[in-house]
Design a protein around this ligand. Structure first.
Ligand code: PGA
Length: 279
């Protein structure tokens, strides 16, 4: 029996690191060291490094044996296509530079005051321009300690997707238009990770919420990633959970050794899933 299975994804969020002078070389090194079949690799450098990274990833020696190259993603996008928005970058401007985009990262919620409503508009702008979105959700430490983590994440998913047509956010050519990254804020950049079982419970809740919103197959087709201090040492705990489809990696994604080990671990899960789907 062939069952549909979700792709395994490792996305690198370089945040405000690298320059146009060095990003291409780093991207090439990481890409060449992560040539594993079955894993969708996405590198998200700063806007000004997108062109250098795109060019570097055109090299022939970065494709995996299954022919998959490495995709380029932006770290944010404006909700309007054009206008008087000094300093902002719109989705149409990313054409030819990126095919993926992160939206709603907690650092933008914190530093740029992004609300779920605004993030929802960014998702629609991304989709309208053919960008595959990674929507970030996750609770603060006091929300987790107060027993409100599930309520917060469910509300973020509902409100960010309130204006979205679920039929527009399925998969296309095996690739998802929407991926959700569960990133507990207290785990980002702190060296402290969620427990795999807690992240899996949150992934289940996220899919149940997608189902309630009318997503096809009750949200089962939407990949859910874990993010927050993922390293080569912790990736296995998350990928051991069938509900978790990969990782959004920050600090460790700038280190080729770490990325090589993380993607190698992801490939084990991809191979196991492919075997189960075919078996
Ligand atoms: P981190 O960042 O891996 O450095 O914790 C993850 C993220 O913010 O996406």
């Amino acid at each position: 029996m062939i069952r549909r299975m979700r792709q395994v994804i490792v996305a690198a969020n370089w945040k405000m690191h690298t320059t146009p002078a060095d990003a291409g070389e780093l991207a090439h090194t990481i890409a060449a060291r992560t040539r594993e079949s079955g894993v969708i690799r996405v590198l998200c450098p700063p806007f000004v490094c997108l062109a250098a990274v795109r060019d570097a990833l055109e090299a022939p020696d970065v494709a995996a044996p299954d022919g998959q190259g490495v995709a380029v993603g932006a770290q944010d996008v404006h909700h309007e296509p054009a206008g008087a928005y000094t300093g902002s970058i719109s989705a149409p401007m990313l054409a030819g530079l990126a095919t993926w985009v992160i939206v709603g990262h907690s650092e933008r919620r914190r530093d740029a005051g992004e609300t779920d409503e605004l993030i929802g508009r960014k998702l629609l702008a991304a989709r309208a321009s053919g960008l595959r979105a990674i929507l970030c959700v996750g609770e603060q430490l006091e929300e987790r300690e107060g027993g409100r983590a599930a309520e917060v994440v469910e509300r973020q998913v509902r409100e960010c997707l309130a204006g979205a047509d679920p039929g527009q956010f399925g998969t296309d050519g095996g690739l998802p238009w929407l991926t959700i990254a569960y990133e507990p804020v207290w785990a980002i950049g702190t060296g402290r990770t969620a427990r795999g079982a807690d992240a899996a419970a949150m992934a289940d809740l996220i899919r149940a919420t997608l189902g309630a919103l009318g997503f096809p197959a009750r949200g089962e087709e939407i990949p859910v990633l874990y993010g927050g201090s993922v390293t080569s040492g912790s990736i296995g705990e998350f990928l051991a959970e069938p509900a978790i489809d990969g990782a959004l990696v920050g600090g460790a994604s700038l280190k080729p050794d770490e990325m090589a080990a993380i993607v190698a671990r992801a490939a084990l899960t991809a191979t196991a899933r492919a075997g189960r789907a075919a078996g």
